[in-house]
Design a protein around this ligand. Structure first.
Ligand code: HEC
Length: 113
């Protein structure tokens, strides 16, 4: 459906809805920004997701992301493998591969390799 058809069918509100959905789609292509949003939505109930290693996590068992970033051996692959299965204490949700990429890119903004 073209924008003009949508305007005719749903009026101006429909066109705005379409435009805002296009905005969401383009936001999803910026991996690290998206990862930060995901982290703040899904992970910050337990983890400290802001790049301040000294700030404690809401759940003291859950390591702050800045510490995960600099933990030796916590490679991109290790994080990826970890996130493909739900961790014991985490609610039973799984991220899609692009979401995992985004979260890893976000964690990497805090250090590590
Ligand atoms: C309900 C609480 C909770 C939520 C929500 C949660 N985690 Fe965790 N996470 C934990 C706990 C507790 C640990 C440490 C114990 C364990 O490994 O199971 C942990 C460990 C981890 C580790 C491994 C750290 C290490 O050194 O082994 C990674 C990576 C991780 N979480 C990433 C995430 C990401 C990314 C999200 C969001 C998509 C997330 N977690 C959401 C509680 C949570």
């Amino acid at each position: 459906m073209r924008t003009r058809d949508i305007v005719m069918r749903f009026g101006i509100a429909g066109a705005f809805l379409l435009l805002s959905e296009m905005g969401v789609a383009s936001a999803q292509t910026t991996a690290s920004g998206d990862g930060g949003k995901l982290a703040r939505t899904f992970c910050n109930a337990c983890h400290q997701v802001e790049p301040n290693a000294d700030a404690p996590s809401p759940n003291p068992e859950a390591p702050p992301f800045a510490r995960i970033a600099t933990t030796p051996g916590m490679t991109d692959l290790a994080i990826r493998v970890f996130l493909r299965s739900p961790h014991s204490t985490m609610p039973n949700f799984l991220l899609s591969e692009p979401e995992i990429d985004g979260v890893i890119a976000y964690i990497r903004t805090m250090g590590g390799t």
